[in-house]
Design a protein around this ligand. Structure first.
Ligand code: PEP
Length: 256
């Protein structure tokens, strides 16, 4: 990655852990993190019911994140959680557009955009996730899908707001599958995303935004991925559930 950007590593716990496992995981990560300082920004995204409990155990700069939020402020939206509620729970950062929200739950580009706008308005660091499905990749549509999801996801987002965002390129076929994009393929997608941001905003915005890779990143492949010029960290699912593995990825980011 480029030295002008501070790496960001996020741990997306998805619908995993119970209260005790989550507590053990964050305690273990916190003690491993004692020398990392501010060289890497680190966030964990636990399930909703554990946000407050995990938030109370954070140490060594680890930020609290939410896997989702709703697009409205309050009202008759059974089961949903607003940005203000998340802020009350100490949440600092939120994911939008994760592939499981898009392709399992069925969120549209428009809803992802509405959630992104809401998270930004609440002052949270929004991590907008994008990425192509395997059939789209095989049809040569990777860049077109990324461009469509970015243009839609960032609709109405100002340059100032963009400076508080992070992008995550997560090819859907690589998430939770053990298959990882090669460093060259990931770099190619990241460079095109950065060029797109330069065209939509300007070169300074493109140079400063962090673009994470996500999709079966683990201790064994993190260093070679993060050595690439335009890969500024990772969004980690499975490997974030073991403190030692997640910390090894954080160290790879620190050394990149
Ligand atoms: C993710 O959930 O964003 C992810 C990248 O998962 P995994 O690391 O398990 O592929």
């Amino acid at each position: 990655m480029s030295s002008q950007r501070t790496p960001f590593v996020g741990g997306n716990w998805k619908m995993n852990t119970n209260a005790q496992e989550g507590a053990d995981l964050i305690d273990g990560l916190g003690s491993l993190m004692s020398g990392v300082g501010d060289a890497v920004e680190v966030a964990v995204y636990p399930p909703f019911p554990y946000l407050v409990g995990i938030g109370g155990r954070l140490s060594n700069g680890i930020m609290l994140g939410s896997q989702d939020l709703w697009k409205d402020d309050n009202g008759a939206f059974t089961g949903e959680v607003s940005a203000a509620m998340l802020k009350d729970c100490g949440v600092h950062t939120v994911l939008t557009g994760h592939s499981e929200r898009r392709h399992v739950i069925g969120e549209s580009d428009e809803l992802v955009n509405q959630k992104t706008i809401k998270g930004l308005a609440a002052g949270m660091t929004v991590v907008l996730c994008i990425g192509e499905k395997i059939e789209e990749r095989e049809a040569g549509q990777t860049d077109a899908v990324n461009e469509r999801q970015i243009r839609a996801g960032l609709s109405g987002v100002s340059k100032d707001q963009l400076s508080k965002m992070v992008l995550a390129y997560e090819p859907v076929w690589a998430i939770g599958t053990g298959k990882t994009a090669t460093p060259d393929d990931a770099q190619d997608a990241h460079a095109k995303i950065r060029a797109l941001i330069a065209g939509m905003y300007d070169q300074a915005a493109a140079d400063s935004i962090r673009i994470l890779y996500g999709g079966s990143m683990k201790p064994g492949n993190a260093a070679e991925l993060m050595a690439m010029e335009d890969i500024d960290g990772g969004l980690i699912g499975g490997a974030s559930l073991k403190a030692e593995d997640f910390f090894a990825i954080i160290q790879a980011a620190q050394n990149s």
